[in-house]
Design a protein around this ligand. Structure first.
Ligand SMILES: [Zn+2]
Length: 250
């Protein structure tokens, strides 16, 4: 009998994969969104849910999500493999940041373009300003995160919940899926606008004071102001309107 909380997390995570599909934040069968299950749902063990390796995001369901441990080892019978190399980046963050219950990572074109740009994220657009004090960078060390890079990733991130992996892509973590999505969406929009605006010449600068104010006023990140839940639920409704068969019924 599946724990109620595991069923809830499976439904939410499968919905999130489908949201990414609808947003076009996909990379063939690659990239991951992972969640840590609460220990009470796993008999006190530390377990995570991850996408089955080989499926598109729109093929992910609550049932086919794979349960793994911190080392990426499958802990419950499944028809699907996982990509343990892909999980090492996520596991480093889950392990090193206690509040990082959800980690999401993308290789979107504009996100990766900004990640490759020497100047990084420009602060003079609406969304970038909200990330003042909330954004970290991690330098590229190769395509696979090896065990020794894990602590360096965690050190690079600090408490920032939006992360640019230089020469690579974007990442966000959150206390839950909705909060991580609020960060990643804001960062993605900032990158989209920066890249689209690059052809238009110099941008109008935004002072650091205004950036600081914009970040303080960006209440969508704060759990006490919903932490992105309204947005997440709205996007889940859009997914469900198309096809809700991915869910495990309550
Ligand atoms: Zn990657």
């Amino acid at each position: 009998m599946m724990h109620r909380e595991e069923r809830r997390q499976r439904n939410a995570l499968a919905a999130c994969y489908r949201i990414f599909h609808q947003l076009g934040w996909t990379e063939l069968i690659y990239n991951h969104i992972t969640v840590r299950l609460p220990p009470e749902a796993c008999g006190g063990e530390v377990h995570f849910l991850i996408n089955p390796f080989g499926l598109r995001y729109d093929e992910v369901t609550a049932v086919n999500l794979v349960k793994i441990d911190l080392k990426g080892r499958i802990v419950e019978a499944t028809d699907w493999p996982v990509n343990p190399a892909g999980f090492t980046l996520h596991s480093a963050i889950h392990r090193g940041i206690p509040d990082a219950h959800c980690v999401m990572h993308t290789h979107t074109t504009t996100g990766s373009a900004v990640a490759c740009s020497a100047a990084g994220l420009s602060r003079d657009n609406f969304y970038a300003a909200m990330l003042h004090g909330r954004l970290a960078y991690h330098d590229f060390e190769g395509i696979t995160v090896h065990a020794d890079e894990g602590p360096r990733v965690v050190r690079s991130i600090g408490r920032a919940q939006a992360v640019i992996l230089r020469n690579h892509g974007l990442l966000a973590w959150g206390v839950d899926i909705a909060q991580a999505l609020a960060y990643l969406w804001t960062l993605q929009r900032a990158c989209d606008i920066q890249v689209a605006g690059a052809a238009l010449g110099p941008t109008v600068p935004v002072s650091e004071d205004i950036q600081r104010q914009a970040s303080a006023d960006a209440l969508q990140f704060a759990p006490e102001h919903g932490g992105g839940r309204d947005v997440f639920e709205a996007l889940v409704r859009a997914v469900d309107a198309r096809d809700a068969s991915y869910r495990i019924p309550d």
